[in-house]
Design a protein around this ligand. Structure first.
Ligand code: S3P
Length: 451
């Protein structure tokens, strides 16, 4: 059975119900899924995508590609083989209505770059959470390339107008953001000259890997300790076949649930283990977690493994700022693991958490404090002090339209002394639409509360 939005929506309560056991698959990687749809819609020919994350964010990206002119179809493979998405690129047309991205920062930022490069006029909008998130970080470099963006204070809604062919730029990323890097690369595909991006701290590289799979030539070097990407403008993408691996950011929830719940033994199969995404797993191991990457292999240019986890006794650690880019979406669930550990866990260099789907630093601090956990935060750090016992919990947490805050506190309720409630689980379907069923199959108790 697949959880529908109605089952996830509304208030939810997670309670302690014994060990979690079994094998499961994480949904397709969100970053790779967005990129697969957008790149395919820009490519010549028909691309097939297997294992796509069919969460709300990615479905909005697919809808935007249809509106821009691409042919996007979903077929079911015979014998329960899952869905295959077939996307045929086409010259993009100016949409009549605003492209709407709901909660999805990745969708809107990547497509802003791509549309700017193609040179059609378009308007972009999103939900209340997305309207509050900074877009200047993408618009500034795009403007430097020649984009004309109207009526914007650096937030959605944003309108852009064609202004001739863009010019390539040489840009040092001020924050390690793969969304910004990708927007510039997508705009640079049709620009005059060679686009150069310098990364003092490397962030997820799925755009570079996947552009190469679509036949785009990029040169990646290291200069003075920085990763440098160079890409000539005027390149075309050619259709290909993409197989999307499981999302390590979604696998993080059952993995941490197993680590903190006594007697648990869980394997999440087929998870992307690209080193630019696995900082959480490294950190949990340093804390004492029994996590093994089994059956490691390369699939479609990305490293993949089955993640095998057992209940473990955890101790606090320092998580250095340099690691933040490789686990940027995992701090909420790490802060939950830290509440079960003995000693202090200090997470540094995480100011970016303040501009995610919610201010995650505040949301984590609020939720943990309400659960009786000793927690402190500063502008760019979070400290959680555990006594090695399950927290008291018994709190109701506000999720602020943030899927990862919702799932993190539900996981906490599975092993705390008292249940945890969240005000609204609706946003979980943006990244992990099968979360409820997957956790139920492992033995978790998560229930809808009456309105
Ligand atoms: C993403 C990049 C990250 C991450 C987001 C997905 C991507 O955002 O938080 O969930 O697919 O490029 P930033 O680029 O803002 O760090």
């Amino acid at each position: 059975m697949v959880a529908t939005k109605n089952e996830i929506a509304g208030s939810l309560r997670a309670s302690r119900a014994g060990a979690l056991n079994g094998r499961m698959r994480a949904p397709g990687d969100k970053s790779i899924s967005h990129r697969a749809i957008v790149f395919a819609a820009m490519a010549i020919g028909e691309t097939s995508v297997h294992g796509l994350l069919e969460g709300e964010d990615v479905l909005r990206t697919a809808a935007a590609m249809r509106v821009l002119g691409a042919d996007v179809e979903r077929d079911l493979l015979p014998d329960g083989g899952g869905a295959v998405w077939r996307i045929t690129g086409a010259p993009w047309q100016a949409p009549k209505r605003a492209l709407y991205f709901g909660n999805s920062g990745t969708g809107v930022r990547l497509i802003l770059g791509a549309v700017a490069g193609v040179g059609v006029s378009a308007r972009f909008d999103g939900d209340v959470s997305l309207r509050g998130r900074p877009m200047g970080r993408v618009l500034d470099p795009l403007r430097a390339m020649g984009l004309q963006a109207c009526d914007t204070d650096g937030h959605l809604p944003i309108g852009i107008e064609p202004n001739g062919r863009l010019n390539a730029i040489d840009y040092r990323l001020p924050t390690p953001s793969a969304q910004v890097k990708s927007a510039i690369l997508l705009a640079g595909l049709r620009a005059n000259g060679t686009t150069i991006i310098r990364e003092p701290v490397p962030c997820r590289d799925h755009t570079e890997r996947m552009l190469a799979a679509f036949g785009v030539m990029l040169e990646i070097t290291t200069e003075k300790g920085e990763r440098v990407i160079a890409m000539d403008g005027g390149q075309r993408l050619s259709a290909t076949k993409i197989i999307v691996p499981g999302d390590p950011s979604s696998a993080a929830f059952p993995v941490v649930a197993a680590v903190i719940t006594p007697d648990s033994d869980v394997t999440v199969e087929n998870v992307l283990v690209n080193p630019l995404r696995t900082g959480l797993y490294m950190t949990l191991r340093e804390m004492g977690a029994d996590i093994v990457f089994e059956n490691e292999r390369m699939e479609n240019g990305e490293p993949v493994a089955d993640i095998h986890t057992r209940h473990s006794v955890l101790h606090g650690v320092n998580v250095p700022a340099e690691r933040a880019a490789s686990m940027i979406d995992e701090y909420p669930i790490l802060s939950v693991a830290a509440a079960f550990a003995k000693g202090e866990t200090v997470m540094e260099g995480i100011a970016e958490l303040r501009v995610k789907e919610s201010d995650r630093l505040s949301a984590c601090e609020e939720g943990l404090r309400a659960s009786g956990v000793n927690v402190e935060s500063g502008p760019d750090w979070l400290r959680v002090i555990g006594d090695g016992h399950p927290p008291k919990a018994g709190a109701r947490v506000k999720t602020h339209l943030d899927h990862r805050i919702a799932m993190s506190f539900l996981v906490m309720g599975l092993a705390s002394q008292n249940p945890m409630e969240i005000d609204d689980g609706a946003m979980i379907s943006t990244s992990f639409p099968t979360f409820m069923d997957a956790m139920f199959m492992l033995g978790a108790e998560i229930k809808n509360l009456p309105h």
